[in-house]
Write a new protein. Structure first.
Length: 145
């Protein structure tokens, strides 16, 4: 009798690293008025994210605040974005959003953002893609106003 090989299992989605990232959101409270504000909502799961950003005269992000009501993927993506947003040029956030969208469609490599590789297990889970994009879309919307 011939045995068939078991199908390969996808990488574990909720890794300890990913879950630990969501706890870091406490470092970025949405407090006070911001120059740029926006909200994003996931069409697939209903997750929401409010963002506030301040930018200096040089166009670099000086402050960021977040209010996130999302799954661990959305929370972790927000924490990854916020942890490296300060000091970045404001146009880096929309450019990274575009790179993430391409990566999720299979049209590009892993986006170049510190810590983003923690989200790689979400790639084979299309139902989580909108949540992953929440902070990046909110930042893009906020900065375009």
């Amino acid at each position: 009798m011939t045995r068939r090989a078991a199908p390969a299992r996808p990488a574990k989605l909720y890794t300890p690293r990913l879950l630990a990232l969501s706890a870091q959101l406490a470092e970025f409270p949405l407090a006070g008025p911001y120059q740029y504000q926006a909200e994003a909502r996931s069409r697939t799961c209903g997750s929401t994210l409010d963002i506030g950003l301040d930018c200096g005269a040089d166009g670099r992000v000086d402050a960021i605040g977040l209010q996130v009501t999302a799954c661990a993927i959305g929370q972790s993506s927000a924490a990854i974005m916020a942890a490296s947003a300060i000091g970045r040029r404001s146009f880096d956030l929309p450019a990274t959003c575009t790179a993430i969208e391409a990566w999720l469609r299979g049209e590009g490599g892993l986006p170049d953002w510190p810590g983003f590789d923690a989200l790689e297990p979400a790639l084979p889970h299309p139902g989580r893609h909108d949540a992953l994009l929440l902070p990046w879309r909110a930042a893009t919307t906020a900065l375009s106003q």
